[in-house]
Design a protein around this ligand. Structure first.
Ligand SMILES: Nc1ncnc2c1ncn2[C@@H]1O[C@H](COP(=O)(O)OP(=O)(O)OP(=O)(O)O)[C@@H](O)[C@H]1O
Length: 245
């Protein structure tokens, strides 16, 4: 049984996921991935390359229905937002339009000032994607995801390929916007520091075919996660899961 997460938790229970390989052979990607994410809490999946993390996110997003097991979303009528490695902005639309495009007609006329402000994008609204650095484009992708007030947010390595300073700034912005607009979140990253900074729960996966290797809970409020606490937490994780760091 997946660990309890409450009535409106995200419940993922993948019993098996197999791909048909190019040579016609079956490739077993996932053996058993079960976990839950409590409402308005943040979970991160970490595991070796190719172990099935993106596949798990695609199953959660409903983009892949060919698996054995079950999935329960936090709110069946709610919206689901996704943030991918690539910001996927429309190049011929301004920043403002890229964010408004995902909204319904009534919402699109609404006030997004707070959202742009919190993400440090207030001055960028009339710019086009080609005028933005990768870090800024990723902020716009976050704005677009949070604009719909999703009941579930899925993030696939949202800060990969950024320099460390930019990534640190973006993680702080994500924490701020997520506090202002809380939602149940599941992120994939290869960066354990990032996981420790952002998550309430870290789910460690094995090599393919993936199983859950262990779940690490973090109770410390984000505002109190200073560098000393982070180093101690990384050490404690490394002790518990050898080979993780
Ligand atoms: N459409 C597909 N057809 C065949 N095999 C696939 C397909 N998609 C993924 N796989 C295989 O399933 C396994 C899991 O892939 P997935 O992309 O989920 O891994 P990942 O953990 O996200 O990897 P990474 O950390 O490198 O991003 C891999 O071995 C991959 O080659």
């Amino acid at each position: 049984m997946p660990p309890a997460g409450g009535p409106n938790a995200l419940e993922v229970d993948i019993r098996a996921k197999t791909f048909r390989g190019a040579d016609g052979e079956d490739v077993r990607a996932i053996e058993a991935i079960a976990f839950s994410v409590a409402p308005a809490s943040f979970a991160t999946l970490i595991g070796p390359s190719g172990c099935g993390k993106t596949t798990t996110l695609r199953i959660i997003l409903g983009l892949d229905r060919e698996f054995s097991g079950s999935l329960k979303l936090p709110d069946s009528g709610g919206r689901v937002a996704a943030v991918f490695q690539e910001p996927r902005l429309l190049p011929w639309r301004t920043v403002d339009d890229n964010v408004r495009l995902v909204l319904s007609d009534e919402e699109a006329d609404g006030d997004l000032d707070d959202l742009f402000e919190i993400l440090g994008l207030a001055e960028m609204r009339s710019r086009y994607p080609a005028e933005l650095s990768l870090g800024l484009a990723r902020r716009v992708a976050l704005a677009r995801a949070f604009a719909i007030r999703p009941s579930l947010m899925v993030l696939d390595e949202p800060f990969v390929s950024l320099d460390e300073q930019t990534a640190t700034r973006l993680r702080a912005l994500l924490t701020n916007v997520w506090s202002a607009r809380p939602t149940t979140a599941v992120m994939v990253t290869h960066n354990l520091r990032e996981a420790v900074e952002l998550s309430d729960r870290i789910i460690f996966l094995t090599e393919r075919p993936a199983r859950v290797r262990g779940v690490y809970e973090i109770d410390k409020p984000r505002a109190e996660r200073d560098s000393r606490w982070r180093e101690a937490t990384l050490t404690s994780i490394a002790k518990r899961y050898s080979g993780i760091l």
